[in-house]
Design a protein around this ligand. Structure first.
Ligand SMILES: Nc1ncnc2c1ncn2[C@@H]1O[C@H](COP(=O)(O)OP(=O)(O)O)[C@@H](O)[C@H]1O
Ligand SMILES: [Mg+2]
Length: 273
């Protein structure tokens, strides 16, 4: 099981879009995936159109047991093979600015219980490797560096740093890298940044070209070669609660191709370790 978090220090840059895009790519490629919606705004849960559950990720962080996990995970309407640990406004109560070690490690503890064969079978996933219901876990983070984002980093193998091509990109990405580094030193030495994904890029926009060049100069090959273009299909697909991979327009195909490449890079990064 590989765990990846989508991270940025401000809202509206595309964390949820990247989490959803990766989840859609994984579904398309038959990779059993769980999306963990840590953001109290629960945008990913809404876009994945899940059935109501009796629990949410807030309950899991209160008590990271198998039974609470089981009642907080739902199958997404996007298709069999993509589940959601559902988000909730209640999760704000787990977003302390200065959390204890125990609080920071609760999500990691809960996710380690996903390997339980009983849980796998109760989620209807005995078909794959018994005892490993998910090959991939994607964590969608809220826009702050409080307990929720830090607990995502404590539970992850990889972090994708999402940014827009603006004048605040460099300082935002630097702070996100610092957060990853701080978590490696604190308690999760396996965590690595997968890279920086620049989102909402417009072609022939001199300011965007300038900001992307600036990011590449500072962060080198950690900035993905492919950037995500600004395409109305992204908003249309999210509004219709459908994966971008099934939205059949040239813009959607362009965006979906970036997510396929990102998924490939993520899966390859695992085989190197
Ligand atoms: N590449 C894109 N093209 C067009 N709209 C986008 C793109 N990426 C994000 N958006 C839109 O921008 C808004 C914020 O994106 P979102 O992924 O929710 O950001 P975050 O999770 O970081 O707050 C959403 O309405 C989303 O549909
Ligand atoms: Mg979001």
């Amino acid at each position: 099981m590989q765990v990846v978090a989508t991270l940025s220090l401000k809202g509206g840059v595309g964390k949820t879009t990247v989490a959803l895009g990766l989840a859609g790519a994984a579904l398309h490629h038959g990779i059993p995936t769980l999306l963990v919606d840590l953001d109290p705004q629960a945008n990913a849960t809404i876009a994945l159109d899940v059935e109501p559950t009796t629990g949410t990720v807030a309950d899991v962080l209160d008590e990271p047991s198998r039974s609470v996990l089981r009642r907080s995970i739902a199958t997404s309407a996007w298709g069999e093979g993509l589940d959601v640990l559902v988000g909730s406004e209640q999760n704000e109560r787990h977003n302390h600015p200065d959390p204890s070690t125990k609080q920071l490690e609760r999500l990691a503890r809960a996710l380690s219980r996903l390997d339980d064969p009983d849980l796998g079978s109760s989620l209807g996933r005995t078909d794959e490797k018994p005892g490993e219901p998910y090959q991939l876990v994607i964590i969608d983070c809220p826009p702050s560096l409080g307990q929720l984002t830090r607990s995502a980093l404590a539970a992850s193998d990889r972090a994708i740093l999402v940014t827009d091509p603006t004048m605040f990109a460099v300082s935002g990405v630097q702070r996100a890298f610092d957060a990853v580094q701080a978590e490696r030193e604190r308690g999760n030495p396996d965590l690595q940044p997968l890279g920086v994904l620049v989102n909402r890029v417009r072609p022939r926009n001199a300011e965007h070209d300038y900001r992307i060049a600036e990011l590449r100069e500072l962060f080198g090959p950690l900035v993905f070669g492919s950037v995500l273009p600004d395409r109305s299909a992204v908003q249309q697909a999210q509004g219709a609660c459908l994966p971008i991979q099934s939205w059949d327009t040239p813009g959607a195909r362009e965006v979906a191709a970036v997510f396929t490449a990102l998924l490939g890079r993520l899966l390859r990064s695992r085989s190197r370790t």
